[in-house]
Unconditional design. Structure first.
Length: 108
């Protein structure tokens, strides 16, 4: 279970059940985190030079798994995230809300 997560600039540090720490650094500053039992969803600040759209990533309890939100929403910027049960809900700048699988980044 991912319960202890710290943000340091563009980096998250996750305390793993094994007693180790997992560190993931992203291409732009972290704007928001939403935690689930086996994953953490991360919304990044969009940047016109580095990260223009699809600014939602996820880190799962698998030691090497990091996903980026489904390319179906290419061109859209996420403005907020929320947990809805076991789904992640992303509000997009074009007015849409999409449900996302927090383990894979795929749209539901």
């Amino acid at each position: 279970m991912l319960t202890k997560v710290r943000v340091e600039g563009r980096t998250i540090r996750i305390a793993m059940a094994s007693g180790t720490e997992r560190t993931v650094t992203f291409p732009s500053p972290i704007a928001q985190l939403v935690g689930f039992a086996q994953a953490v969803a991360v919304r990044l600040e969009p940047d016109p030079y580095i990260l223009k759209d699809r600014n939602v990533f996820g880190v799962t309890d698998n030691t090497s798994s990091v996903w980026r939100v489904d390319s179906v929403i290419a061109g859209a910027v996420c403005t907020s995230l929320a947990a809805a049960g076991e789904r992640l809900v992303a509000a997009l700048d074009d007015g849409r809300e999409v449900a996302v699988d927090p383990m894979t980044g795929r749209l539901l």
